[in-house]
Design a protein around this ligand. Structure first.
Ligand SMILES: Cc1cc2nc3c(=O)[nH]c(=O)nc-3n(C[C@H](O)[C@H](O)[C@H](O)COP(=O)(O)OP(=O)(O)OC[C@H]3O[C@@H](n4cnc5c(N)ncnc54)[C@H](O)[C@@H]3O)c2cc1C
Length: 374
């Protein structure tokens, strides 16, 4: 008999949905509330590296996930002009029959995760949030935004960077901060040579090309934006072309094709890290709510997915809830802190244009660290 038999997940993003899937597979009842009334995600892609492919396998999702993704092996790093500096072979952590890495559109990933969570019996309520909660020794009582109530063995806050649950737990102690950089993204038909993750070192920010499907890839670039200026939506195509001005090679060729501001996805980069246990009693934070960082290492969602898998394992591994959550923290805290800090460091070094920074070494180290069992 588990200590926790029913869980409320607040937030139906990547972390919340993976937690729902992992918990349902262990037989735990799951309610999930999602603030959005229309359950959509914005239309660019995401890199999922070998540790994520391994966890998708453990979540029993790998075939549906791979059908929706572009599988690839290597990560390469190029100069601004497109000359290859390093090619880092991927590790097939899910087994020899499965790819090392994937690129996947966020919408395709959301479809696989949301359909699976619902098929497994997750009770989803859209357009709903948590108003407040109170806990005692045996459960947490929740008042929802629609005035209804619920009583749960555990409440999981998977509500992202601006987490309301984090605020209810810790007050205003942890606030997202702008890192000084923004990311610009744009979809293109996949170029024949982009059958791997291609990173280009730029004069003032890096760029990259990520394959998403046979006929689709996306371009991203980071830029230093002191003061986090408002970007007029109609100027985004011009703005992105300007940020790519220093690049030659393929990125330079693609730059001229960036014409539609409506297709540019612009995002200031913000980060937050809860530097103490991510739970109080029967309320736990996972994913970006606890450890949102920048995408420089492509591991934010990876850490949210790993949180989900570890949570379900620990909740069904015996002991009291406090011991279960302590074990969860012991497996998650340092790993997420490493990804959080190293991603921020990579961004700071870009802003400083520090030529001594060993980016290739950091990527290799990150792949080695994340390949370790969780
Ligand atoms: C530009 C950029 C590029 C990235 N690229 C990558 C990458 O390539 N690879 C990678 O692994 N990671 C990447 N990431 C990080 C990744 O997107 C996040 O780490 C991941 O989405 C975190 O998932 P989450 O479920 O914790 O939070 P979210 O994805 O933010 O989901 C939170 C959910 O909670 C809902 N919500 C919010 N508030 C409430 C509330 N009060 N009540 C109910 N629901 C609520 C939201 O609507 C949302 O659906 C990138 C991030 C950025 C910014």
């Amino acid at each position: 008999m588990n200590t926790v038999n029913n869980v409320l997940i607040v937030g139906g993003g990547i972390g919340g949905l993976c937690a729902a899937i992992a918990l349902r597979r262990k037989g735990i009842a799951v309610d999930l509330v999602e603030l959005k009334t229309e359950w959509t995600v914005y239309g660019v892609g995401i890199i999922q590296q070998s540790n994520v492919v391994r966890e998708m396998h453990r979540l029993g999702l790998l075939d549906a996930y791979l059908d929706a993704a572009y599988a690839f092996e290597d990560v390469a790093i190029y100069t601004t002009e497109g000359q290859q500096l390093a090619r880092i072979p991927g590790q097939r952590l899910a087994g020899p029959d499965y790819p090392a890495n994937v690129g996947i559109s966020r919408r395709a990933l959301h479809k696989v995760l949301s359909e699976t969570a619902i098929e497994l019996g997750t009770q989803v309520r859209l357009g709903t949030s948590v108003e407040r909660f109170e806990q005692d020794d045996s459960a947490v009582d929740v008042l929802f935004s629609d005035g209804s109530h619920g009583r749960y063995g555990l409440l999981v806050g998977a509500d992202g960077l601006f987490s309301k649950v984090r605020g209810l737990l810790f007050g205003d102690r942890y606030q997202p901060r702008f890192t000084g950089q923004s990311v610009w993204r744009y979809n293109f038909p996949r170029a024949a040579g982009i059958d791997h993750l291609a990173n280009y070192q730029g004069p003032s920010g890096n760029a990259g090309l990520v394959p998403l499907a046979d006929d689709l890839m996306y371009l991203f670039t980071t830029s230093h934006e002191p003061g986090n200026p408002w970007m007029e939506p109609a100027t985004l195509a011009d703005g992105l072309r300007q940020r790519l001005a220093g690049f030659g090679g393929l990125i330079g060729e693609l730059r001229a094709q960036i014409v539609d501001s409506a297709d540019v996805v612009y995002k200031p980069l913000e980060a937050v890290f809860v530097d103490e246990p991510w739970y109080r009693g029967r309320v736990l934070l996972i994913g970006d709510a606890a450890h949102a960082t920048t995408p420089h290492l492509g591991q934010g969602a990876g850490m949210a997915i790993e949180d989900a898998v570890v949570l379900a394992e620990e909740l069904t591994a015996g002991g009291h809830l406090e011991a279960q959550l302590q074990r969860f923290m012991a497996r998650r805290f340092e790993r997420c802190k490493y990804i959080s800090e190293m991603s921020l460091l990579a961004g700071e070094k870009e802003v400083q244009r520090d030529p001594s920074f060993d980016r290739i070494g950091l990527v290799k180290q990150m792949l080695e660290v994340t390949a370790r069992p969780i």
